[in-house]
Design a protein around this ligand. Structure first.
Ligand code: ZN
Length: 151
């Protein structure tokens, strides 16, 4: 039997955006001040100058520009949970500026993408990723990769 694909965090992204645009992060937008929030804020608008509006789910831009990036080349100490017997896989963390939303979102780069592939200001797109797998479940997340694919 195949594994079930399950988002590691429910409601933060969708495999198929309502506009047909494929994989997208999901935020919420305030009906009063149009501020967009990610991670999503469903209870109330956090803009201190806003009189308060209805929060509605909105897919975020599929593409943005690298604002900053870094990589993790060693295992973080406790209380970070990891298996010391497993080999440590370096990963790349990227902050992506979404111009339309006026925000910077964080995520890991797609496998094989390094800081050398992510010049500040270069265009990246959000793509589906796998955080980890166990016997029954593929836990899905989001990743960023350079537009045009990783080199
Ligand atoms: Zn608002």
């Amino acid at each position: 039997m195949g594994r079930t694909r399950t988002p590691v965090v429910s409601g933060w992204f969708t495999e198929e955006a309502p506009d047909g645009g494929g994989f997208r992060l999901l935020g919420t937008r305030c009906s009063a001040c149009t501020a967009v929030f990610f991670p999503r804020e469903d209870a109330y608008c956090r803009n201190p100058r806003c009189p308060g509006g209805e929060m509605a789910e909105v897919p975020l831009s599929a593409r943005g520009r690298v604002w900053s990036c870094t990589d993790g080349r060693y295992r973080p100490p406790a209380p970070y949970v990891s298996d010391p017997a497993a080999p440590w896989e370096p990963y790349t963390l990227v902050a992506v500026e979404l111009e339309a939303e006026g925000m910077v979102v964080l995520g890991q780069a797609a496998p094989g993408v390094t800081v050398a592939d992510l010049a500040v200001g270069s265009e990246v797109e959000v793509v589906p990723g796998v955080l980890y797998e166990d016997a029954d479940t593929t836990w899905t997340t989001w990743r960023f990769r350079p537009v045009g694919g990783a080199r």
